[in-house]
Design a protein around this ligand. Structure first.
Ligand code: NCD
Length: 305
């Protein structure tokens, strides 16, 4: 990458030039994916290891496919099937992987900062695939890629992020990343799910979804992160959906050509209605396809250092 950084830990710290370079290469990777070849020699001889301490469908599978499409050696380690369940520390597990010859370690961990700690202690490049409630930079990049694909640019857009902002690493990466690239970002969600620091990082906070989506170019829905909530932060799903769910009615206030995104997995009928998920202005499926292209680009740049 242009900045010669070893790791991808977050969009807060990522230079604009690196973001641009990753997104640019992802365009070629996407062309390659749709050409039907799905095989390049770019990562021949490289080893990519995915170390997942939390559940994942899209992120893990897209790193796995990205590695395989580019001819890398790739393996997955999950907490339950490894020595982690025998009490090994994260650092010892990672050092073991490192000395086995990993070039890139992709890690998802419930603790904020876990990938940063690893990055300082291993020779391999480390990619943060989600650290607690902190960041999910590769999701932020694929969201940005999808927005640029649909809107031409991020600059000057009004982006509304709706839902459980407090527990969402996707929200933080998007706020940092999209603002850096020239968008204005606002958020709305129940007060119990709105962290105090959010205004400090530049996002305007609204009490209602109606206010947040008014004139929005892009609306990003977030899943209710029940696994991170200590106690019920909202009375029930029906009420949540009425006030904070994204539906056709609320979207009428947005720009006529609004684009709707959601990182998945989606709770249909809770944070977003089923008809919005499947509408032609929703790019939720394209986000998944773009996730493979963006991760191919990331692995390509990290292994060329
Ligand atoms: C997100 C995550 O794990 O942070 N999912 C994803 O990577 N696509 C969002 C979520 O789980 O709600």
């Amino acid at each position: 990458m242009r900045s010669d950084k070893k790791d991808i830990l977050g969009l807060q710290e990522m230079p604009i030039a690196d973001i641009e370079e990753i997104l640019d290469t992802a365009i070629s990777m996407k062309k390659l994916l749709s050409s039907g070849t799905k095989r390049t020699p770019h990562l021949q001889g490289k080893t990519i290891l995915c170390l997942f301490y939390e559940d994942s469908t899209r992120t893990r599978l897209s790193f796995e496919l990205a590695s395989k499409y580019m001819s890398a050696n790739q393996a997955n380690i999950t907490a339950s099937g490894s020595s982690v369940s025998k009490g090994e520390t994260l650092l010892d597990t990672a050092r073991t992987i490192d000395v086995m010859g990993a070039d890139v370690i992709v890690i998802r961990h419930p603790m904020s900062g876990a990938p940063h700690m690893l990055a300082k202690n291993v020779g391999a490049s480390v990619v943060n695939a989600g650290d607690g409630m902190h960041e999910h930079p590769t999701q932020g990049l694929l969201d940005m890629f999808t927005i640029i694909e649909k809107k031409g640019s991020v600059e000057g857009l009004r982006v509304a992020i709706i839902g459980d902002v407090q527990h969402s690493r996707v929200a933080r990466s998007n706020i940092w990343g999209l603002q850096k690239m020239g968008a204005s970002v606002c958020v709305a969600g129940p007060p119990t799910m709105m962290p105090r620091e959010i205004e400090r990082i530049g996002a305007e906070v609204f009490d209602t979804v109606h206010e947040a989506v008014t004139d929005a170019d892009v609306v990003i829905g977030l899943r209710l992160q029940l696994e991170r909530q200590k106690q019920g932060l909202y009375p029930n799903a029906r009420e949540y959906s009425k006030f904070f769910g994204i539906d056709q009615n609320k979207l009428r206030l947005a720009k006529p050509d609004v684009l709707v995104l959601h990182p998945g997995p989606v709770n249909r009928g809770v944070e977003i209605t089923s008809d919005v998920v499947d509408a032609d202005y929703s790019a939720i499926n394209e986000q998944v396809t773009n996730g493979v292209a963006v991760r191919m680009s990331i692995l390509y740049h990290l292994t060329r250092r």
